[in-house]
Design a protein around this ligand. Structure first.
Ligand code: ZN
Length: 275
């Protein structure tokens, strides 16, 4: 942790800094190495992917990690950063938590979101059938949690705050019903150009009518809205919100090529390539 600057800081500055990741106190072991952020049992940490490796693997042709590396567009870097198999952090999780506790969720997330297709009900709604709802909800929120606790540059803008980080950790450890605490709505984009199914974004914060949410993205156009706020869920979203014991609806929203994500990213790539 960075020491606080000795200069007198204004209240506003302090609030800003308190919201930044640098001031978050981490549990440490006796030799002051950080402990695993999930189990807090060990300081022997592994290279943990923030978004599971299988989702990056899917971005390659036939899911084979070969040929050109993936290219990442980052808002604060003026070139396309290359990445072989995605963003990982070796300061957050032990191998047991990464590969077993969260690994089970990751395998399930891949099975449902990558290997299966939702069943189309009408042009606006599809349904994911035969789902372990809390397992899928735990998976998507665990991805947001991993991005939030990481200090990697690529997820600097992802910060749900210590209170919600701790709450998510507890739910994951105790395997409790995530959907009772964090309303989640799954949406899916369609594509004019199907090669964009193999595009992946880092989570982003979004405010809807004064309520704070995050979008967590997965390939194939999945864009999952998670409420990270004490204020109630927007009533218009209630019917689509994941609940244990109910079908999981997928709202078919706009075409990827019409989204802000596409416009902004295409513009960044053009600028970086000097086009
Ligand atoms: Zn652990």
């Amino acid at each position: 942790m960075e020491p606080l600057s000795p200069k007198v800081e204004s209240r506003q500055e302090l609030i800003c800094r308190a919201r930044s990741k640098e001031l978050v106190l981490h549990m440490t072991s006796k030799n002051s190495k950080p402990l695993c952020r999930l189990c807090a049992d060990t300081d022997i940490l592994c290279k943990a992917h923030l978004i599971p490796e299988a989702f990056y693997r899917f971005l390659y042709e036939d899911s084979k990690v070969e040929g050109d590396a993936l290219k990442m567009v980052l808002q604060n870097i003026d070139y396309l950063k290359k990445s072989r198999i995605g963003v990982y952090d070796d300061h957050i999780l032990c191998a047991n938590c990464d590969q077993k506790k969260l690994g089970i969720l990751d395998d399930y997330g891949k099975e449902i979101l990558i290997d299966r297709m939702p069943i189309i009900v009408n042009k606006d709604i599809s349904v994911l059938d035969n789902i372990e709802v809390n397992k899928l909800a735990s998976f998507v929120i665990s991805v947001l949690w991993r991005c939030s606790i990481s200090k990697r540059e690529e997820v600097r803008h992802v910060n749900v705050g210590v209170k919600f980080e701790n709450q998510i950790r507890e739910l994951l450890i105790k395997n409790e019903d995530v959907t009772l605490h964090f309303p989640i709505v799954i949406t899916k984009l369609s594509f004019l150009n199907s090669s964009y199914e193999k595009v992946l974004f880092m989570p982003v914060p979004i405010e809807i009518d004064d309520v704070n949410y995050y979008y967590v993205y997965f390939p194939k156009g999945y864009k999952v809205l998670i409420k990270i706020d004490d204020k109630p869920q927007h009533p218009a979203l209630n019917l689509l919100t994941m609940k244990v014991g109910y079908p999981v609806y997928v709202a078919n929203t706009e075409q990827f090529e019409n989204t802000n994500e596409y416009t902004k990213t295409a513009l960044r790539v053009k600028t970086m390539r000097g086009l």
